[in-house]
Design a protein around this ligand. Structure first.
Ligand SMILES: Nc1ncnc2c1ncn2[C@@H]1O[C@H](COP(=O)(O)OP(=O)(O)OP(=O)(O)O)[C@@H](O)[C@H]1O
Ligand SMILES: [Mg+2]
Length: 564
């Protein structure tokens, strides 16, 4: 009667354990529960659950019950797959022993390990494959484990398998939704973020988060070396790596790039392609290398190093995820290169047009003036009287003065000396004065800039902007008043040029008009913005803003000498 009661009690707690297990969603918690339930079902003092790695040779995760933290710490590294544990991995059948140490396969315990004699080991199978083992030792009162104990633990193992699978599915699904969210964010920023450096850093840091990696790098080839274009590392792992260059012939990444094939390295020290000195400096142990391929061209590489946790190796899933990110990064790099090329082309075109206009002016106006002067000289020589000669000389003088003014004006248009010598404020003051004199348009200038010079890029861009805006006012506005305001705001300089002229419909601007387009592009090149507010009859307001941290980052376009 007594025996039956205890048997029923045990079955009852087995069912309870099953219910508890199935309501648990985290894999770690499921494993812990299984170990605890097994111990309480059998009266074992110690229980452990070993999860076997993908290769089926070693225990990769070991959950224990009954060993306190201090003992755990004293034992240090947990068993991996030798001795009896190894035997159960290789031969996945339940095993019961009266004394562990008597078995010929036993290898003994590490120091500080509690004594364990009686033993019951049961495999946990998941769809035919062995997922892990349940180990129980030291049944209460020094008794041996019975065949009923074994049966109960086998039943528990079957339930545990289902719970483990659920938890794995749940974790995978959660991980997937996290991955999808991150990918979505990366794709969105691909559309919104125009700064390639920021974009690549985002890819690095998100990928590192998802994979739990210690270090993620993106390298771009440059001549005969590979340059680190973005990096994200745990702690200070990525510090100082940005911009680092490695010669192509010494770089594992370069070889992967050449082969255009993803590579996974489970042990960096054993890889002959890796420069070991370099690997030691970075402290890397494992890696995934994925080439960035855009339109069939290898343009860079993502390298991921060291999975955090006990096992630094990456999984197939990690590899696939890196490949997905690599595809995104490739698009980003390719796009930015194309944009840069396109911008350079258009700016060069605009410059060429500007040169053409100046050449025409030189030819038409100054050239004509000089021709007239030549003719005038001749008329002095052939003058019939002193009075005629004087008249001719006076006319000549007028022509020369005119030509001189034209040449000065052209020189100023090409590049005002005031801009180089005294800076933006002074050059704009001069510009406004001359403008008022030449046009009779009442011009008000307000400058609220800090003393000192702005970066040369900013000065040139802003000066050209104001110059073009004023030219347009003369050419198109028919204005009576003009106001120019320069202010410092948000770490940059804002310029507002406003006239009270006839205005225009921005949508109707001719396709071949280059003034505003060129202006917009020049400003965009230094990371600024341009807004035009105008409608027929209501005057025109143009607002430009240029940030002052120009050239501080490696934004590709503005570094190009062709557009200085
Ligand atoms: N301040 C203004 N007032 C009235 N219309 C303007 C003003 N600025 C520009 N526009 C209109 O916008 C058009 C485009 O100007 P934009 O500077 O791009 O070209 P453009 O001056 O005609 O030629 P370009 O500058 O290439 O010599 C002008 O043709 C004109 O119709
Ligand atoms: Mg114009």
């Amino acid at each position: 009667m007594e025996a039956l009661g205890s048997e029923q009690r045990r079955l009852r707690s087995l069912i309870d354990a099953g219910i508890a297990l199935n309501s648990e969603l985290s894999l770690e918690a499921v494993l812990q529960h299984v170990a605890e339930a097994a111990a309480s079902l059998t009266g074992a003092r110690y229980a452990a659950l070993g999860v076997i790695d993908a290769r089926g040779t070693e225990v990769e995760r070991f959950v224990t019950h009954g060993i306190d933290a201090a003992t755990h710490a004293a034992i240090g590294e947990l068993p991996r797959g030798r001795g009896i544990l190894g035997a159960l991995i290789r031969d996945a059948r339940p095993l019961r022993l009266r004394d562990l140490s008597e078995d010929p396969r036993a290898v003994g315990f590490p120091p500080h390990h509690p004594t364990m004699r009686t033993f019951l080991g049961v495999p946990i199978r998941l769809r035919g494959a062995v997922f892990g083992n349940l180990y129980l030792t030291e049944k209460e009162h020094g008794e041996e484990f019975t065949s009923e104990d074994q049966e109960l633990v086998e039943l528990l193992a079957a339930q545990a398998a289902v719970a483990i699978e659920n938890a794995r599915l749940y974790e995978a699904a959660t991980a997937w939704s996290r991955q999808l969210e991150t990918l979505h964010e990366v794709v969105r920023s691909l559309v919104e973020e125009s700064d390639i450096v920021l974009m690549l850093e985002l890819i690095c840091s998100r990928l590192r988060d998802l994979l739990d990696a210690r270090l993620v790098l993106i390298g771009l080839p440059e001549a005969d070396h590979l340059r680190v274009a973005a990096a994200s590392g745990e702690g200070g792992a990525a510090a100082g790596l940005l911009g680092r260059r490695t010669p192509l012939e010494r770089s594992k990444s370069a070889k992967v790039l050449e082969r255009r094939q993803t590579a996974r390295v489970d042990s960096i020290v054993d890889d002959p392609e890796v420069d070991q000195d370099d690997a030691r400096r970075l402290g890397i142990r494992t890696g995934i290398y994925v080439p960035l391929i855009a339109r069939d061209r290898p343009i860079g590489i993502i390298a991921v190093h060291d999975k955090l946790g006990d096992d630094a190796r990456f999984t197939d899933g990690d590899l696939r995820l890196t490949e997905i990110f690599a595809a995104r990064a490739a698009v980003a790099v390719d796009l930015s290169e194309r944009v840069a090329r396109d911008t350079v082309r258009r700016v060069v075109e605009a410059q060429e047009l500007e040169r053409g206009r100046l050449a025409r002016e030189l030819h038409d106006e100054t050239g004509q003036a000089l021709t007239s002067i030549l003719l005038g000289l001749k008329s002095i020589r052939t003058a019939h009287s002193e009075a005629d000669a004087q008249r001719a000389e006076a006319a000549l003088r007028g022509l020369i003065v005119q030509a001189l003014q034209d040449v000065r004006r052209l020189a100023v248009e090409l590049r005002p000396a005031a801009l180089d010598d005294f800076g933006l404020a002074a050059a704009v003051e001069r510009l406004a004065e001359t403008f008022e004199e030449r046009t009779d348009i009442r011009t008000a200038l307000e400058v609220n800039l800090p003393d000192g010079r702005l970066p040369p890029d900013a000065e040139t861009v802003l000066y050209r902007f104001i110059q073009e805006a004023l030219t347009n006012v003369v050419k198109h506005a028919g204005a009576q008043r003009l106001s120019i305001v320069l202010t410092q705001r948000d770490g940059g300089v804002g310029v507002v040029v406003e006239d009270d002229g006839r205005g225009f419909e921005t949508a109707d601007v001719r396709q071949d008009a280059l003034g505003l387009t060129g202006m917009r592009e020049r400003i965009a090149l230094v990371g600024g913005t341009l807004e035009i507010e105008s409608s027929t009859g209501a005057g025109t307001t143009i607002v430009a803003y240029v940030p002052l941290a120009i050239g501080a980052d490696a934004a590709v376009p503005s570094k190009n000498p062709a557009i200085s």
